[in-house]
Design a protein around this ligand. Structure first.
Ligand code: PLP
Length: 470
C-alpha cells in the first residue's frame, strides 16, 4: 500500500504495478544472507532450496559493458527470458536499460514494473509470433519486432501496420552452446525476397538483427555476423529502404567478453561507422545475470552408491570414465527445476558445501566466478579449493526420475550428511525461468541483496532508494 499522504493515493494493484519488484532487498553479503536463511530454515523446519540474488553483480555487469569498447555505441536491451525476476528488471530499468521480450507475458511484466519503461524501450525479438501476440503488442504500443519469414510479414501486415520491423538473419553459430540458428534467422539468399515483400505490403523495415548463439565462445562469430548484416543493409537500400537499426543479439560470455567487445567494436567501425548514424543495440542475457545468483540446496537423503558386485545380476549400472561414486546425495532441487540448465542450457554446475556436519563454520567458500575451464570435472573442488579430504559423490534431484542427476561424479568433502547444504554459484541465467514443479516439488524462491560491500553495492542501494513507487 502507498505511504499515507501519497500524492496518487492509490494502491499498487490499482496502479497495475507489479509489487514483486519491490520486495525487500537486504544489505548483507551473499554468504551472510545464505547463512541467515539456512538458520531460519533450521528454526522453522522448512528446508526448501532458495536462490540469493546479488544485485551488485547485475550492476557491475552493466558497468563493465558501459566501460567496455561497446559502451558508447551499443545500447543494452536485456533479454528478459534469461532471468525475469521483477527485482532484476526493476533495477535494470532504473539504470536506463531497455528490454528484449519474447512473449506478451514478458512485455506485460516489463510494462507493469514500478519503473516501467516506455514501450519504445522494448523490442519484441521473437521472429515467429502468434497473431494474438502481435495484436497485443500493438495495443501496448510496442512497435519494434523481428521477423525472418514471409508468413510473419503477412501476419504483421494484418495486425500491426505501424510495426517497425527488424529482419533477423542467419549467422554462423557453430561455436555456441545453444545454436539458435537451427530455428531462427533468414539465410542471406532469402533476405532480398523478404525485403521486397515487406515493401509490397507497405511495411516499415528499420534494420537487421542476428544472434550468434547463446554461450558463444568465439568472438570472431561477431565479425562474420556484422559483415552479413552489412550485406542486408545494402539489399534494403536496393529496395528503397534506409535502414537505421542494427541489433547484434546476445551470446556474450563473461570469460571472453573483453576480446568479444573489441572484435564487435572493430567490425562496427568497419561496416557501420558512427558517422552513418545507425543505432546499434544488443540483447545480452547471460552476461548480465549469470554470476548474480547462488542456489542453496539441502541434502534430503544419502545412500551408499551401488557397487558393481552388488548389481552383477542386474547389469544395469554404468561406470563413468571407469570411476564410480562412493556416495549418492539427494538434494531438494533438480533438473526438472533450477537445474534444468543442465538439460536446456548444456551447463555443468559446481557444488560447494555450505555446511559440513550441520556446521556452517566448516563451510567451504564460494568460488569467485566460474571455475577455470580446464579443471577435470570430477576434481573440481579438490583442484580449485585445494581441499584434500574428499570422497567421490554423485548428486541427484528430488524427483522419482533417474534422469534427475545434477552431477554424476564430483569430489565433495567427507562428512557431509542429510540436513547439510550445498551451494551452487553462477546460477542466474536460464535456471528459475524454466523451472517446473514436476512431482509436486516446490520451485526455489529468490531472496535479494545489494551485496552489502563495496562501491557497487552502495550504488545499488542508492538507485533503489531514490525510486518512489507511488
Ligand atoms: N536474444 C534472443 C532473441 C535470444 O533468443 C536470446 C537467448 O536465447 C538472447 C537474446 C539472450 O542470449 P544470451 O543469454 O546468450 O545473451
Amino acid at each position: 500500500t502507498p505511504p499515507p499522504g501519497s500524492p496518487r493515493g492509490k494502491t499498487a494493484s490499482e496502479l497495475g504495478i507489479n509489487e514483486d519488484a519491490l520486495v525487500p532487498v537486504h544489505d548483507a553479503t551473499v554468504d551472510d544472507l545464505i547463512k541467515a536463511k539456512i538458520h531460519e530454515a533450521e528454526l522453522s523446519g522448512e528446508e526448501s532450496a532458495f536462490f540469493v540474488g546479488d544485485l551488485s553483480d547485475v550492476y557491475s555487469a552493466v558497468k563493465k559493458w558501459k566501460q567496455s569498447p561497446l559502451g558508447d555505441r551499443v545500447e543494452i536491451f536485456y533479454a528478459v527470458k534469461c532471468n525475469p525476476s521483477p527485482v532484476v528488471l526493476h533495477l535494470l530499468s532504473l539504470m536506463g536499460t531497455s528490454f528484449d521480450c519474447a512473449s506478451v507475458a514478458e512485455i506485460n511484466t516489463v510494462l507493469s514494473l514500478p519503473s516501467a519503461p516506455s514501450p519504445d524501450r522494448i523490442i519484441f525479438a521473437n521472429p515467429c509470433k502468434p497473431v494474438s501476440f502481435i495484436r497485443a503488442a500493438a495495443n501496448s504500443g510496442v512497435e519494434m519486432m523481428t521477423f525472418d519469414n514471409a508468413d510473419e510479414l503477412h501476419k504483421i501486415a494484418r495486425s500491426h501496420r505501424g510495426a517497425k520491423l527488424v529482419l533477423r538473419i542467419l549467422t554462423d553459430d557453430s561455436k555456441s552452446l545453444c545454436r539458435l540458428g537451427l530455428k531462427f534467422g533468414a539465410p542471406l539468399s532469402t533476405c532480398a525476397g523478404l525485403i521486397k515483400l515487406a515493401k509490397q505490403l507497405g511495411l516499415d523495415v528499420i534494420g537487421v538483427s542476428f544472434h550468434v548463439g547463446s554461450g558463444c565462445k568465439d568472438p570472431m562469430q561477431f565479425a562474420d555476423a556484422v559483415w552479413r548484416a552489412k550485406q542486408v543493409f545494402e539489399m534494403g537500400k536496393a529496395e528503397g529502404y534506409r535502414f537505421t537499426f542494427l541489433d547484434v543479439g546476445g551470446g556474450f560470455e563473461a570469460v571472453v567478453f573483453d576480446e568479444m567487445s573489441k572484435v564487435l567494436r572493430d567490425s562496427l567501425e568497419v561496416y557501420f561507422p558512427v558517422a552513418e548514424g545507425v543505432r546499434v543495440v544488443a540483447e545480452p542475457g547471460r552476461f548480465l545475470v549469470a554470476p548474480a545468483f547462488t542456489l542453496a540446496t539441502s541434502i534430503i537423503a544419502r545412500r551408499k552408491a551401488l557397487e558393481e558386485e552388488s548389481v552383477e545380476d542386474v547389469q544395469m549400472v554404468e561406470k563413468v570414465e571407469g570411476e564410480g561414486a562412493d556416495v549418492m546425495y539427494y538434494i531438494n532441487d533438480g533438473v526438472y527445476s533450477a537445474f534444468n540448465c543442465i538439460m536446456f542450457d548444456h551447463q555443468i554446475v559446481h557444488p560447494y558445501p555450505l555446511t559440513i556436519g550441520q556446521d556452517v563454520e566448516r563451510a567451504i567458500p564460494r568460488l569467485a566466478g566460474p571455475p577455470p575451464p580446464n579443471v577435470h570435472l570430477a576434481q573440481d573442488l579438490t583442484v580449485t579449493m585445494g581441499y584434500k579430504d574428499t570422497e567421490r559423490a554423485s548428486v541427484w534431484g528430488p524427483t522419482c526420475d533417474s534422469i534427475d542427476c545434477v552431477r554424476n561424479l564430483v569430489h565433495l568433502p567427507r562428512g557431509i550428511q542429510v540436513g547439510d547444504w550445498l551451494g551452487w554459484g553462477e546460477m542466474g541465467a536460464y535456471t528459475m525461468c524454466a523451472a517446473s514443479s514436476f512431482n509436486g516439488m516446490p520451485i526455489a524462491p529468490s531472496h535479494f541483496t545489494t551485496g552489502g560491500q563495496g562501491e557497487d553495492s552502495r550504488e545499488v542501494r542508492r538507485i533503489l532508494d531514490s525510486f518512489v513507487a507511488y
